[in-house]
Design a protein around this ligand. Structure first.
Ligand code: AMP
Ligand code: FE
Ligand code: FE
Ligand code: ZN
Length: 286
């Protein structure tokens, strides 16, 4: 029998994806996925809408998020089954939004200097609370200054370009901790994205484990079977859970499809069962 398939890494319009949470669930249902985790950048506010949309579809929706942090370079931490009403988590997330607003104001000022008026409160209405460079990229495309989002990044928004402004990140230890504290399972996202060699990757994993890391994203869009196998070995060596997902963003990353990623991703439902067992163990300990 064909394994039931899931996707544990997706973005919606609540952060920088192009599908609303309801549209994403509808797509998951159309594709026959059994479960999707909503893992927007730095926010959990898309979950209620996704949950409602999932009623009577047979698609299971998992509350999640993806926090951007820094280790030596960018590192992303996924969190699953966080309590979306946890005050400590909500307060960290509102700090992140506040910090983004400060950075975005600097981008807006630079664009204005160049004669490109940006209505920031209009951006918030249009794009939601978590406004990031991908949204500025869309405006630049609309201004006719770039052909698409990727081109806008390359010309204007990457480090070293005219509208790049650095952000301050929540620390990696706090990111892992706050996910665990709010009842969730912290997972290291897409480990090959960080260009670390093996000793560095191990150091990162061990450091995160000291703060409560419980899993590694081993299946991911574009990762070869060999790469996934290597990560699964690491997970097993460290006693960590294995997760997987596409990092679907809709038209913001058009080469990535929900569920199957760049074509050959297949995340089995069994990985979600692992997360659920972990949740049950935690509630028994309480
Ligand atoms: P921010 O956190 O607002 O600085 O924006 C970071 C987000 O921009 C990441 O999560 C990526 O999804 C997206 N991003 C970064 N670099 C690029 C790029 N070269 N092309 C398209 N999207 C990018
Ligand atoms: Fe993104
Ligand atoms: Fe990521
Ligand atoms: Zn992501």
């Amino acid at each position: 029998m064909q394994d039931r398939l899931i996707d544990l890494h997706t973005h919606t319009t609540t952060s920088d994806g192009s599908f609303t949470p309801a549209e994403l669930v509808a797509l998951a249902s159309k594709l026959g996925l059994s479960a999707v985790a909503i893992t927007d950048h730095d926010t959990i506010s898309g979950y209620p809408e996704a949950c409602k949309a999932a009623e009577n579809t047979g698609v299971e929706v998992i509350p999640g998020l993806e926090i951007s942090t820094r280790y030596h370079s960018a590192v992303h931490i996924l969190g699953y089954y966080v309590n979306i009403n946890n005050q400590a988590l909500l307060s960290e997330l509102s700090w992140i939004v506040w910090e983004r607003d400060q950075r975005n104001e600097r981008i807006r000022a630079l664009m204005r200097e160049d004669g490109l008026p940006v209505d920031y409160s209009g951006m918030k209405t249009r794009f939601g609370d978590v406004v990031g460079r991908p949204h500025f990229a869309r405006l630049l495309v609309e201004y006719g200054l770039a052909v698409d989002v990727r081109d806008a990044f390359r010309r204007y928004l990457e480090r070293g370009q005219r509208y790049f402004q650095a952000r301050t990140f929540l620390s990696i230890e706090r990111s892992v901790e706050i996910i665990a504290l709010s009842g969730g399972i912290p997972v290291l996202a897409h480990p090959f994205q960080y260009r670390l060699d093996e000793p560095e990757l191990r150091e990162l994993i061990e450091y995160c484990m000291q703060h409560g890391l419980r899993g590694i994203e081993c299946l991911y869009s574009g990762y070869t079977e060999e790469q996934s196998l290597y990560l699964k070995h690491l997970a097993s060596e460290y006693g960590l859970l294995v997760t997987g997902g596409s990092d679907f963003h809709g038209s913001a990353k058009p080469h990535i499809q929900l569920g199957c990623g760049t074509g050959d991703l297949a995340v089995p439902y069994a990985l979600l069962e692992g997360l659920k067992e972990e949740q049950n163990k935690k509630s028994l300990k309480k």
